[in-house]
Write a protein that binds this ligand. Structure first.
Ligand code: LMR
Length: 389
């Protein structure tokens, strides 16, 4: 039976990771996958997380099951970080998931359970795994252009038009901050307009926030989502700690949602727990427990905030350096988070890989912080050459 399976292409980004790992050219620049790197190319464990893991190891007395919600304190401690002054909304509930992917899957399955014919409005390009996860939940996708790659700007009019044409009960997938793959976030005015149309058209916002703290700061990066919280009765939020706690392989995420009332949210939670039970039953504990320990101890919390601030400073310093290389790259300074997208064709991206050992996604997306300090000039020169070629 299994022998009859057809060949399929595996995920392009995962293929890129494997190719970059196999390339032994010393000049290799890997700006493919989105992981934070120091100038030496390392992805270190944050010191606050390492200390929390030590405390966990010393204090944990059982590995008995925790239940479908995982660590119950973990979402409660994350709420103020993600939702600011809306954290105490009694209708806001959350549960631990295996990474952001787990939260997205669970959130879209919740939509499918509540409204099987809901459509999901997705701005393209978006993170490569969004569409497979939405389709996997059995929902229809309606795409609209989010970004004009050649003009290096958001196509806000196209998005407004797509939202104007939405049906009440459709879902809009939004990036909370640090848009993956473009780095192009809404400004305040655009968020205000998004809030107004969503509320007016009865669209359910589904906000994916996986890079909070790596753009302008936790408050600034959470402001768009927090503004939405005040404007709608219902919202779904997939959150990831993989990047801002550097716990990538531990798969640490959270699904939050708010229905129209605390009672309606509690009913939704029963559905969510059943859906989780059918997939992973209970989420893995270790990474979320370490994050919980960081958040509940003032000393570790401050150390973590300082470490994120220094990651953010490095990202933004690299952005400024790239932007200073040439006016055609100047837009990169204004974008946010780990990624920006270069106006390159897949053939130009291939050539960068073949001629310069530079690895980036076919779309031209590159991980800004995959560059070491010494790489920047060579990277910019090669990219500009490719753009001219
Ligand atoms: C990325 O976009 O590079 C990361 O979110 C890793 C992934 O799983 O795609």
């Amino acid at each position: 039976m299994l022998g009859s399976l057809p060949e399929i292409e595996t995920d392009a980004l995962l293929r890129l990771i494997a190719m970059a790992m196999e390339d032994e050219r010393p000049e290799k620049i890997d700006v493919g996958v989105g992981v934070y790197r120091t100038s030496d190319g390392a992805t270190p464990i944050l010191s606050a997380v390492k200390k929390a893991e030590k405390r966990l190891w010393e204090s944990q007395e059982s590995k008995g099951y925790l239940g479908m919600k995982g660590d119950k304190l973990f979402p409660e401690l994350l709420k103020p970080v993600v939702f600011g002054s809306h954290a105490d909304d009694p209708a806001l509930m959350g549960l631990q998931t295996p990474g952001g992917c787990g939260a997205l899957t669970l959130g879209f399955k919740l939509v499918k359970a509540a409204r099987p014919d809901a459509r999901v409005l997705v701005g393209t390009p978006t993170w490569a795994n969004h569409e497979p996860l939405i389709r996997g939940a059995g929902l229809e996708i309606v795409t609209y252009p989010y970004y004009r790659k050649e003009e290096t700007r958001i196509d806000f009019d196209a998005m407004v038009e797509a939202f104007e044409n939405a049906r009440p009960g459709d879902v809009a997938l939004l990036h909370g901050c640090c848009h993956n793959p473009t780095g192009a976030d809404f400004d305040h005015g655009q968020w205000a307009k998004v809030r107004a149309i969503i509320a007016d058209k009865g669209i359910l916002p589904f906000v994916d926030i996986a890079y909070q703290g790596l753009g302008d700061g936790f408050e600034e990066d959470g402001a768009g989502l927090q503004g939405l919280m005040g404007a709608v009765d219902e919202i779904i939020v997939s959150q990831s700690c993989d990047k801002n706690f550097g716990v990538y392989r531990d798969r640490v995420g959270c699904l939050f949602f708010k229905a129209g009332s605390p009672e309606a949210s509690a009913r939704a939670m029963d559905h969510v727990m059943q859906l989780a039970r059918e997939m992973w039953s209970m989420p893995p504990d270790h990474g979320a427990a370490a994050v919980r320990i960081v958040l509940e101890n003032d000393d570790l919390r401050q150390e973590w905030l300082d470490e994120v601030a220094s990651m953010r400073a490095r990202i933004n310093q690299l952005r400024r350096r790239i932007a200073a290389c040439d006016s055609r790259l100047a837009y990169i300074e204004d974008q946010k988070g780990m990624f920006s997208m270069l106006p390159l064709t897949p053939a130009q991206v291939d050539k960068l890989r073949e001629d310069h050992a530079i690895y980036m996604a076919d779309s031209g997306r590159f991980n800004v912080v995959g560059l070491s300090d010494d790489d920047v000039d060579r990277f910019c020169k090669a990219v500009l050459e490719a753009m001219d070629g």
